[in-house]
Design a protein around this ligand. Structure first.
Ligand SMILES: N[C@H](CCC[C@H](N)C(=O)O)C(=O)O
Length: 304
């Protein structure tokens, strides 16, 4: 008996990109309609039944004067978030490659505010990630006062961490060796710890010297990623507050290196690094999503 023909939804064009292996599905929602539903994002994020990504980036027209674009960021679990460092660099390359702008300095509005990006001639991107937020209620982190190091109880053990927001919340632990760090066991426990009421990205920082560090990050809503740009910024802030790192640090993540600069209290954190396009594709969205797990039509790849 032939299968009933499922009414098909619209075709969606997208670009697959990554920043040091932290990977993204990027959608131009200016020149094509794109209605978002959390369950659809989770399906698209699936690395077997969908496109597969750590975050979905959706490019929209600006909502503020003196801003070039707005872009929305969604984790693999469908949650919308305020900031994505690696995503910001890929966004900047995307809007230029798609001829949505010819500017090299781009101002973009996110859920948390406006950031400024500069696309260098070699294709790398320098991002002003804004001023780090250290006041607990604004992170948010449950604590009586702002301190460089807080002690958090997890499963009967005491863990020391620095709480900082780069627009999104981070908890940073200092470890002797990132390769031996309990990222996949302690990471999820801290990501959802009650003292982080909005959950948090958990960084495991190994300091090599004042200007070199290694980092692994268990990301809120996506799990451990190969790199986390806002996490690298949070880690350098934490390292400086603890007197372990200088103002210009090369941070080595599993997927590669970022340059992070912070002049201290009140100054913005600057991040510089690569952005890579892997392929362009299109897929047919389901006509509707009934809330059950549906397998979006298999994504088609066109190597760019
Ligand atoms: N998982 C993060 C968003 C993505 C951040 C990361 N991919 C980066 O490069 O900063 C959060 O929930 O705040």
């Amino acid at each position: 008996m032939s299968q009933p023909r499922r009414e098909q939804g619209p075709l969606l064009r997208f670009t697959k990109m990554h920043g040091l292996g932290n990977d993204f599905m990027v959608v131009d929602a200016i020149s094509q309609p794109f209605r978002l539903r959390p369950e659809m994002i989770r399906d698209l994020a699936d690395r077997h039944f969908g496109v597969g990504f750590d975050q979905l980036l959706v490019v929209e027209p600006p909502g503020l004067p003196d801003v070039d674009f707005r872009y929305r960021i969604f984790n693999a679990d469908g949650s919308e978030v305020e900031q994505c460092g690696n995503g910001a660099r890929c966004f900047a390359r995307f809007v230029r490659d798609q001829r949505l702008t010819n500017k090299r300095v781009i101002r973009v509005q996110t859920a948390k505010g406006v950031i400024e990006l500069k696309v260098n001639r070699d294709g790398s991107v320098r991002v002003n990630m804004g001023v780090p937020e250290l006041n607990p209620p604004a992170i948010p982190f449950a604590a009586e006062q702002r301190k460089p190091v807080h002690t958090v109880e997890v499963d009967g053990q005491e863990v020391e961490l620095t709480a900082v927001s780069m627009g999104n919340p981070h908890g940073v632990l200092v470890v002797a060796d990132v390769d031996q760090a309990p990222v996949v066991t302690l990471g999820p426990r801290l990501e959802r710890h009650p003292r982080f009421p909005a959950r948090a990205n958990i960084g495991f920082l190994q300091v090599l010297d004042q200007s070199h560090a290694r980092l692994r990050v268990f990301e809120r809503g996506s799990g451990e990623t190969l790199a986390c740009g806002s996490g690298a910024c949070a880690a350098v802030v934490a390292g400086q507050l603890r007197g372990l790192l200088g103002q210009r640090v090369e941070v080595e993540l599993r997927g590669g290196r970022l340059l992070i600069e912070w002049q201290g209290d009140g100054a913005p954190v600057m991040m510089e690094g690569p952005a890579t396009t892997v392929f362009e594709g299109q897929l047919r969205l389901p006509a509707e999503t009934s809330g059950r797990r549906r397998r979006p039509a298999r994504a088609q790849r066109q190597r760019s």
